[in-house]
Design a binder for this molecule. Structure first.
Ligand SMILES: Nc1ncnc2c1ncn2[C@@H]1O[C@H](COP(=O)(O)OP(=O)(O)O)[C@@H](O)[C@H]1O
Ligand SMILES: [Mg+2]
Length: 239
């Protein structure tokens, strides 16, 4: 399909002898927000690590803008336009917000583009502009998540993968971050959103992939998933 951005096919991976993902397949259309829901240990972070080249696929692969990317280095994958906002933010605590943001652009040589994207993320997250010279480790949890997302956007990606957007954050902070994700997506960026909180995930995404013990169990419109009794019971705290 012409507007398919990411196409994951029969992807399997794991750590050493331990297989974690079996035969995973789904796609993301250009500009679409897709969520990945599943219990703790289902393999969500492992999938993102594989898609960003941090761990190799043991079978299957994934195409990005039609090009096979499995087996490519993390640098190649970043350069192709996939950004990964890891679980737990992983900022460099002693470094300033500004320097953390510039790290997101370390592969780029287009100074004007980097400056433009820095302005863009600082206007998306005005609080980061205020805290620009502050050590990232001294930010609140919500501000650190903003900084991690902004860092991911500093590479001007086509796909932003966010691992656990809302984990450990207060509801009003999650609401603010959700607004930003909507704004980013309106700008045409595709988002793969990993969320333990299915209710937040379903509000933000148009389609969802349900991962259970390393396998895709369901792929559907989030409106449909939200009405599915099995999904409600397992992931939405409803019975
Ligand atoms: N670095 C690792 N080495 C070995 N096993 C791991 C590693 N990271 C995760 N796992 C295992 O892979 C499985 C999936 O973990 P993970 O992808 O973190 O799940 P999720 O993000 O859905 O909570 C779990 O059984 C976990 O113990
Ligand atoms: Mg995880």
């Amino acid at each position: 399909m012409a507007d398919t951005l990411l196409e994951v096919s029969n992807l399997s991976t794991g750590y050493g002898d331990v297989q974690v993902l079996w035969d995973v397949g789904f796609d993301i259309t250009r500009g679409e927000t897709v969520c990945l829901v599943g219990s703790n240990g289902a393999g969500k972070s492992t999938l993102l690590r594989c898609l960003s080249g941090l761990i190799p696929a043991t079978a299957g692969g994934f195409r990005f803008e039609g090009r096979e990317m499995a087996g490519r280095s993390p640098q190649d994958i970043v350069a192709a336009g996939i950004a990964h906002v890891p679980e737990g933010r992983r900022l460099f605590g002693p470094m300033s917000v500004h320097d953390n943001l510039l790290l997101g652009a370390y592969l780029r040589h287009d100074k004007d583009g980097v400056r433009r994207d820095l302005d863009r993320v600082l206007s998306l997250f005005p609080i980061l502009a205020q805290r620009r010279n502050q050590a990232a480790g001294t930010l609140s949890g919500g501000e650190q998540q903003m900084c991690a997302i902004a860092r991911g956007m500093m590479n001007n990606p086509k796909l932003l993968m966010i691992d656990e957007l809302s984990l450990g954050l207060a509801p009003q902070v999650v609401e603010m971050l959700s607004e930003t994700i909507r704004a980013i997506s309106k700008d045409g960026l595709s988002v793969l959103l990993v969320e333990q909180d299915a209710i937040t995930a379903f509000e933000l995404a148009t389609r969802g992939v349900v991962l259970d013990s390393g396998r895709v169990r369901l792929i559907d419109a989030t409106a449909k998933l939200a009405e599915n009794p099995a999904v409600q019971e397992a992931y939405m705290g409803l019975a």
